[in-house]
Design a binder for this molecule. Structure first.
Ligand SMILES: Cc1cc2nc3c(=O)[nH]c(=O)nc-3n(C[C@H](O)[C@H](O)[C@H](O)COP(=O)(O)OP(=O)(O)OC[C@H]3O[C@@H](n4cnc5c(N)ncnc54)[C@H](O)[C@@H]3O)c2cc1C
Length: 325
């Protein structure tokens, strides 16, 4: 059996950030991920300056696709505004691999199924043993499933469903566009250009509201891509979108039991208004590492429920009110 001080299940931004700081503090860390990196992660790839700051990442030092937007174009039915806000786009295929490599932890390709406590340690699939266990494997995290499910049930009202596609595309409009509640969608759709000729388009909505409407994301996708074509933003005859579901931030009560921790999507930390999950994943990874190193409390109180993106704008307030209905 392989033993380590800490085993982190999942090598996304939450897991790699936690690994990075634990290694810095001199712990023996093992990251288990079911995927071979670089791996595809469905995500629009919008990343905030705050997340980069937490990652101590200077855009000038980042060697992959990176774009900065000084404003975003937000569309509401008949209204279109462009609040000034500095935001960035990356490609998760590159970004997550970069962060994991930078962390410097040993990474083992392994799909975790079972986790149990034994004599104050954690045993994973009878193959790995550790004192500290970090669940960073996203929505279907086996650490959540095995140890936290009963004390921290997910609120089905906060589940969002998404459809998206990232592909090579010679985009002409370098603006990041967001369409809110378009055609009745209980959420928003996005057009996020990426450096080096890629684009990410997609949409997401609150799952139970979609169900209550009898609406299907694929129908919204058809309407949305038709709109992109009509506006001359994206023209494509063969879209192949992929779906994924995750949870927005609710009352995340229990994120530490003994020496087991939950971080990122495994804890359900994406912001309530925008579904922004990279920043909260990074911030929670840092906090969990600090708690392990200092043997201190682990609290997510400092991680906001809402994105800073919309600031105190009227549009921001409107979206927040809608999401909190
Ligand atoms: C369509 C879409 C668009 C989004 N757009 C944005 C955006 O633009 N900006 C933003 O901030 N957030 C966005 N999000 C949210 C964001 O992607 C997530 O919140 C973020 O990736 C969470 O990071 P994480 O490290 O917790 O989990 P992940 O990045 O999901 O990493 C989890 C890792 O765990 C591994 N894993 C899973 N199961 C197992 C297992 N059993 N054993 C071992 N390994 C396992 C996976 O392979 C993966 O590498 C979006 C989400 C979706 C679905």
């Amino acid at each position: 059996m392989r033993t380590a001080d800490a085993v982190i299940v999942g090598g996304g931004p939450a897991g790699s950030t936690c690994a990075w700081k634990l290694l810095d503090a001199g712990l023996d860390v093992l990251v288990l991920d079911k995927a071979t990196f670089p791996r595809t992660k469905l995500c629009a790839g919008w990343v905030t300056p705050e997340a980069l700051r937490d990652l101590e990442l200077d855009p000038g030092d980042y060697p992959h696709s990176f774009m900065t937007f000084e404003a975003l174009r937000l569309h509401f039915k008949f209204l279109s505004i462009a609040p000034r806000t500095r935001q960035h786009s990356i490609r998760r295929f590159e970004f997550d691999d970069f962060l994991l490599q930078r962390a410097g932890a040993e990474v083992v390709e392994h799909k975790v199924k079972s986790v149990r406590e034994e004599g104050g340690d954690y045993v994973i699939d009878d193959a790995f043993r550790c004192r500290y266990l970090v669940g960073a494997a996203g929505t279907a995290c086996p650490v959540y499933r095995n140890l936290f499910h009963d004390s921290n049930p997910r609120a089905s009202g906060l589940q969002i469903a998404t459809l998206e596609q990232e592909f090579a595309y010679d985009w002409q409009d370098p603006t990041c566009h967001l369409w809110f509640f378009d055609g009745g969608l209980p959420g928003y759709a996005w057009y996020v250009p990426k450096a080096n000729g890629h684009i990410n388009i997609g949409l997401g909505g609150i799952a139970y509201r979609l169900k209550a409407q009898g609406g299907h994301l694929r129908d919204y996708w058809r309407q949305f891509t038709a709109k992109l074509g009509k506006r001359g933003l994206v023209r494509c005859d063969d879209y192949r979108p992929t779906g994924y579901s995750y949870y927005l931030r609710g009352d995340v009560d229990t994120v530490k039991i003994g020496n087991a921790y939950l971080v990122g999507d495994a804890a359900g930390l994406a912001t309530r208004d925008m579904g922004e999950g990279i920043g909260p994943a990074v911030a929670s990874g840092l906090l969990a590492a600090r708690s392990i190193v200092d043997e201190a409390e682990y609290s997510l109180a400092g991680i906001g429920d809402f994105s800073d993106l919309l600031g105190r704008s009227t549009a921001g307030e409107k979206i927040r009110r809608w999401m909190l209905r």
